[in-house]
Design a protein around this ligand. Structure first.
Ligand code: CA
Length: 223
């Protein structure tokens, strides 16, 4: 899962990036409104943390433009405390949730998890697929009760496939959602990581759909 953080306060931006990276997300970051707007218009994010008060272009305007352009990723707004008008304007502009400053970073994390879950149509923080269980709060994955030891990239891959289970996901889409903007997208490493993840799962759940991509589903669902 790939997140964009748009926040001009350098310390706060760094804190958010650290916390989200630790939680297993890949994070792109912007410190002003123009850059944030550009990234959100051109890159596919699974969620965005967007400050309201930004230099060059404010968060409300950015969000209104994204929604006008048809960008539907979930957006969590960061608003100044006691500025109820910001919250109303943010929600009217298309925000999915907001957190008022100052906040605990854990609250942002919990709200981001919930937004991603809801945008995937999942109700619970525990995602199941056949013998595979994944707790989005702890990033713990088990197969038939056996805990998997996964690298952060394998975790991101598994999480993305699980949030989109049953759907065919192209290699390009996976690359876009697993790596940040600076990553060298040329490589065909996705295949390698899918291979490793398959081996660790030990059960045949990730299907290769020739010429199209991959699909995660419980064996029982197959034809
Ligand atoms: Ca600000």
């Amino acid at each position: 899962m790939r997140i964009l953080v748009v926040e001009d306060d350098k310390d706060l931006n760094r804190q958010l990036v650290e916390m989200l990276s630790e939680a297993g997300y890949v994070v792109d970051t912007a410190y002003d409104g123009e850059e944030g707007h550009f990234l959100g218009s051109t890159e596919p994010y699974d969620a965005v943390v967007l400050d309201v008060g930004l230099p060059q272009m404010d968060g409300i305007t950015i969000l209104e433009e994204w929604r006008r352009e048809g960008r539907i990723m979930p957006v969590l707004m960061l608003t100044a405390r006691d500025r109820w008008s910001d919250k109303v304007a943010g929600i009217d502009a298309g925000a999915d949730d907001y957190v008022a400053k100052p906040f605990h970073v854990e609250e942002v994390l919990a709200r981001i998890r919930a937004l991603i879950r809801r945008s995937s149509g999942l109700a619970s923080s525990q995602i199941n697929c056949g013998p595979l269980e994944f707790d989005t709060r702890t990033s713990k994955a088990t197969v038939d009760g056996r805990t998997l030891k996964l690298t952060s990239l394998e975790l991101r891959l598994l999480s993305y496939l699980l949030h989109n289970q049953g759907k065919i996901i192209s290699r390009t889409e996976l690359t876009e959602h697993l790596y940040d903007q600076d990553f060298d997208r040329d490589s065909n490493t996705i295949e390698v990581f899918v291979g490793r993840l398959r081996k660790k799962l030990g059960v045949d759940m990730i299907e290769t759909v020739r010429g199209m991509g991959y699909r995660l589903q419980a064996a029982d669902d197959e034809d």
